[in-house]
Write a protein that binds this ligand. Sequence first.
Ligand code: SF4
Ligand code: SF4
Length: 157
Amino acid sequence: MAEVMANELDPRFKFEVAARLGGANIKRCFACGACTGSCPASQAVEEFDPRKIIHMVILGLKERVLSSPIMWYCLLCSTCSFVCPQDVRFSEAMAVLRQMAVEEGYVSASFQERLQEIESLSQKLRAEMLRSALTEKDKKKKLNLKQLLEDASEKCI
Ligand code: SF4
Ligand code: SF4
């Protein structure tokens, strides 16, 4: 994490998050890292680290968290919640952080609409690729992922 300045710290931040539905358990985190180890977004985007985001919330780095583009990489898949020994429910806390970012003007409503379009398109692409892959499941040849993606894109976009 980049150097933290004392005037950046907002000690109320973690309480604001904890007061919202879904954020109540954020302070329970003891930084074990199981969430990060299981997170598909972390595997795809190196800088995305749920443990680090929680740490920043607990420290009080409100502006840094809410203005960060990184939190929009979360898939809200809840995998982290299943492995968390402290029942932090990070995916729910992430939804809270996003809501706060919208309310406080860090992102626009149109950005949220675009994000939903991306989520919807990526689900369609995944479904089409799987459909094609499943038609080949009994064949021994290696799947051509690039071709699968191109074919799926033609159908979905
Ligand atoms: S798995 Fe739970 S306790 Fe461990 S770092 Fe993640 S949120 Fe914190
Ligand atoms: S909800 Fe977000 S942080 Fe949790 S495992 Fe899924 S992508 Fe990672």
